[in-house]
Design a protein around this ligand. Structure first.
Ligand code: NAD
Length: 475
């Protein structure tokens, strides 16, 4: 399987024949290869995308675009189990999680299929004798660089939105996991998406990714991944005056006040850090617990953590393997160097292959506010417990990292719910719940080191377009 670049409707390999091995995280074994596309493939993809935009795709009425995306949604549902199995093997995530991801990918196409003909401009009161209107026009060609943690979901979220607005797209998926998006691309073609409307270049970040971000042919860039690479791609795009959305992860707090419904909260707190092995940008990585319930909450969380098991994707346990040997080493480094007390750990299943990338979940606390486990994104199944005194203390600790992505607030006090919701620095706030990665309809994104711009829901469609103001002087 070396012909993994989709350019102008044709599947091709890298011109120089270079490939990248694909490893199954569950057993660490290579099971296929990808084309290692680079600047030449990116250039060809940009050419094909512009041809599509200036051709049939760019001329297609919004309602027709929407119908194609809706057909993609139905095809995803028709091939749901196959896609889930591809995604689980490629990422190491449990099958149940992969199935949920495929359902979400279908929902993105359903949502954006329905939205395609509903982005409307407005009229603006101006001087006598004038009429003024705004229209939202596609950028032309948009670039999308996505990570390995939720490949199919990311595809639906960013590609779905950009296509809905009528852009032609060039996607650079993550080299660690992109088989799901490649299968989704086949379904897009089957649904009738014209050649060149969607182009994919598989390859490394340093080569294909960097070439895409710096290409003068792109008009907008959507990036999800690490803050370090986010800085690089934004700088590259800025040289061509290209705007971008950056979604860069977080250190999201879940805040438990003494009046919280612990029966409801504790399973959610555990799930929000264990989901996808903690490799979720919006993982609830810090549990801020009011001091008078701290001991009780930590004890109950410890019980839950001791019961967690990491196992191969088809065993469908609490979590699977992490994505790569590198990611496993990164998380193990945090665990080996941790200074706060270890409260509890889960386990790795006995039958899990030793060559797989498993890490048993770990619960730490009390974690000081300036500790790396309170400040840095581990991107693994590691939860940091932190006691707080009053509401002001909770806000200070919650906002005490460079990130600001998601927050969960657990209290029955209505006034406090709203005060906290307004005071925490985050792009999404959940009251008495938490949605790590969930909610196709909910605009999502961060502030500070978590990035800027929004994806998901209706609002981001305006980012995938440019607003034009038309002023008519008619007297
Ligand atoms: P990364 O930022 O290196 O990779 C994300 C995407 O960017 C991939 O497609 C990659 O190929 C591409 N890329 C890499 N270097 C590039 C470059 N120079 N120019 C253009 N594109 C480039 O992330 P990673 O190394 O896979 O993970 C490192 C850390 O990033 C993780 O441990 C985690 O903390 C964070 N992360 C966050 C998210 C998220 O959803 N916010 C996702 C993945 C990783």
């Amino acid at each position: 399987m070396h012909e993994t670049c989709l350019i102008g409707g044709r599947w091709v390999g890298a011109r120089d024949g270079a490939t990248i091995p694909v490893v199954c995280p569950s057993d660490g074994q290579v099971f296929t290869h990808l084309a290692a596309g680079g600047p030449a493939e990116i250039d060809a993809a940009l050419g094909a995308a512009w041809a599509a935009f200036e051709g049939p795709w760019g001329r297609m009425p919004a309602v027709e675009r929407g119908r194609i995306l809706s057909r993609v949604a139905r095809l995803i549902e028709d091939n749901h189990e196959e896609l889930a199995r591809i995604e689980a093997r490629d990422t190491g995530k449990p099958l149940t999680q992969a199935r949920a991801d495929i359902t979400a990918a279908a929902r993105y196409f359903e949502f954006y299929g329905g939205a395609a003909d509903k982005v409307q401009g407005h009229t603006i009161p101006f001087l006598p004798g004038y009429s003024v209107m705004t229209v939202h026009e596609p950028h032309g060609v948009t670039a999308h660089i996505i990570p390995w943690n939720y490949p199919c979901q990311m595809f639906g979220r960013t590609v779905g939105g950009a296509l809905a607005m009528g852009n032609a797209v060039v996607l650079k998926p993550a080299e660690e996991a992109c088989l799901g998006p490649l299968r989704l691309a086949e379904l897009c073609l089957e649904a009738g998406l014209p050649a060149g409307a969607l182009n994919i270049v598989t390859g490394t970040g340093e080569s294909a990714g960097a070439a895409l971000a710096a290409h003068p042919g792109i008009r907008f860039l959507s990036f999800t991944g690490s803050p370090e690479v986010g800085t690089l791609v934004q700088a590259a795009a800025a040289r061509n005056h290209v705007g971008c959305t950056l979604e860069l992860g977080g250190k999201s707090p879940q805040i438990l006040f003494r009046d919280a419904d612990l029966e409801a909260a504790l399973p959610v707190l555990t799930a929000a850090i264990v989901q996808n092995g903690g490799q979720t940008c919006s993982a609830g990585a810090r549990a801020l617990i009011q001091r008078d319930i701290y001991d009780e909450v930590v004890e109950r969380l410890a019980d839950r953590f001791r019961g967690l098991t990491a196992a191969p994707h088809d065993a469908d346990a609490d979590l699977g393997a992490l994505i790569s040997a590198r990611q496993k080493a990164r998380v193990e480094r945090y665990i080996a160097q941790a200074r706060p007390p270890l409260i509890a750990r889960g386990r790795v299943a006995e039958n899990a292959p030793a060559s797989g990338f498993y890490v048993a979940p770990a619960l730490y606390g009390p974690v000081p506010e300036d500790d790396p486990l309170a400040q840095e994104e581990v991107f693994g199944p590691v939860l940091s417990c932190m006691p707080f005194g009053d509401e002001a203390d909770a806000v200070r600790i919650a906002n005490g990292t460079p990130y600001g992505l998601v927050a969960g607030i657990w209290t029955r006090d209505g006034g406090r719910q709203m005060r906290m919701a307004r005071a925490v620095r985050a792009g999404q706030v959940f009251i008495n719940g938490y949605g790590a990665g969930g909610g196709i309809e909910l605009p999502f994104g961060g502030t500070g080191r978590s990035g800027h711009g929004r994806e998901k829901g209706f609002e981001p469609l305006r980012d995938f377009a440019q607003m034009k103001t038309i002023v008519v002087k008619h007297g």
